[in-house]
Design a protein around this ligand. Structure first.
Ligand code: ATP
Ligand code: MG
Length: 409
């Protein structure tokens, strides 16, 4: 049997990027031989094994054929006769379809190296269209490598467009889609992921609620960039620049969905868009089965981001409601993420990226003020049950009034 490094490890070494996980392909072997060497089989779908020591993935060379809708509709064929070239041709992009032996001899039948130099994300063969997930993968690689100057080859974009129009994207499972979306959002240029999806028509299918934001104007006085879609991309860009976690990036992407529902005659104003957007945020959350912390933060940021921006003008009672809504006493971290999302929203405006955001410290200070209210003395005074709850609230309100006065003095 011959063993080769494939995929990302080869690509990233040639790009001079750090290689984290290595995928291997094994040519000329049978499952029995692999098991005899101590490899552990994984997954029922494909003949993939884990190395007994390194734990890295070794896949038997295979060919694939589409036999139905979606990813389940694949039949594969793995046998010792399948050649390296046959295995490589089923891969998504030419830059991902190179292999390397232990002497670093490159096998590159589909000109991945040429495309690396040309900075092109290009599909390997027309079989690209057999797995709609590849649309998301290409957009994700664009997000990752656009900083290096990579773009999607026009003929690949055209294939992605056809795939998006064919209805095949709807066959993707939530799990497979979310895995790509979440990884893409964590790239350095996550806004490029959305841009590429939009360009090929996939955004309209996957997240019509986000797609609908393009072409929707906002008041120029607050939003010099005007367009809500453009603004959303900038917010995402800021979130990446400020190294925000996935929860915050997800919330940034969805925070303004309500603006897509405003009747045109009300443009450029978007009255109550925060509340109107909630059902859309919920729908997107559920469509991709986003993790609970992402879902929660997206809904909270959607509902309260304007409160965040107006923090310094909020009445103490409104400030208290805000803190209560976030359960800031037990969930301080979630409130920090809310503040971060609001700040990214404010910075995601044309020409205002560097403007300071005093609301952030003000909100932190308010949370601290409310938190200093001690429960024990109130219990000692005899409060219990709902009355205790009311007493705590009264004390917190007092603390917030004092905080606001001190802050404006
Ligand atoms: P990363 O750095 O994100 O791990 P990668 O290229 O290694 O990038 P993997 O998802 O680990 O990506 O997949 C390894 C290789 O398997 C890819 O380089 C590609 O050749 C192939 N591959 C993975 N998923 C697909 C797919 N859906 N369609 C075609 N080829 C795929
Ligand atoms: Mg990999």
């Amino acid at each position: 049997m011959q063993i080769y490094k494939v995929g990302g490890a080869v690509r990233d070494r040639l790009l001079g990027k750090p290689v984290t996980d290595i995928d291997w392909v094994v040519v000329g072997a049978t499952t029995e031989e692999m098991l005899a060497k101590g490899f552990r089989p994984v997954g029922a779908d494909f003949p993939v094994f884990l190395h007994p020591k390194s734990g890295e993935e070794y896949a038997l060379a295979r060919t694939e054929r589409k036999s139905g809708r979606g990813y389940g509709g694949f039949t594969f064929h793995a046998s010792p006769e399948v050649t390296l070239e046959e295995d490589l041709i089923r891969r998504d992009l030419t830059i991902n379809a190179m292999a390397e032996d232990d002497q670093q001899n490159l096998t590159d039948p589909y000109h991945g190296q040429r495309d690396l130099e040309a900075r092109l994300l290009r599909h390997v063969s027309p079989a690209f269209a057999e797995d709609p997930l590849r649309v998301l993968r290409v957009a994700r690689f664009a997000a990752r490598y656009s900083g290096l100057g990579f773009t999607v080859a026009p003929e690949t974009l055209e294939l992605m467009r056809q795939l998006s129009e064919s209805g095949e994207l709807e066959a993707l499972t939530a799990e497979r889609s979310w895995k790509e979306i979440s990884r893409a959002l964590m790239e350095d240029q996550p806004q490029v992921f959305i841009e590429v999806l939009r360009e090929c028509g996939a955004l309209k299918v996957l997240m019509p609620e986000v797609d609908a934001l393009f072409g929707v104007p906002q008041p120029e006085a607050h939003h010099p960039e005007i367009d809500t879609g453009v603004h959303t991309l900038s917010v995402l860009e800021q979130a990446a620049r400020h190294k925000q976690p996935l929860t915050v990036r997800w919330a940034c992407l969805l925070h303004d969905l309500g603006k897509g529902l405003t009747p045109e005659e009300e443009w450029p104003r978007h009255i109550a868009h925060e509340h109107k957007g909630l059902k859309l945020i919920k729908a997107v959350n559920e469509r991709f089965k986003a993790p609970k912390d992402c879902q929660e933060l997206a809904l909270l940021v959607g509902e309260y981001h304007t409160h965040g921006h107006r923090a310094l003008e909020l009445k103490p009672s409104t400030l208290l409601e805000l803190l209560q809504s976030f359960d800031v006493y037990r969930r301080p971290h979630r409130f920090e993420e809310f503040i971060a999302a609001c700040e990214m929203d404010a910075r995601g405006r044309k020409g205002l990226e560097q403007r300071s955001y005093p609301q952030a410290d003000y909100l932190r200070g308010a949370a601290n003020a409310a938190r200093t209210v001690a429960v024990q003395p109130l219990m000692e005074k005899g409060f219990k049950g709902p009355e205790l709850g009311e007493a705590i609230k009264r004390e917190r309100l007092k603390a917030l009034k004092a905080y606001k006065e001190a802050a404006s003095a």
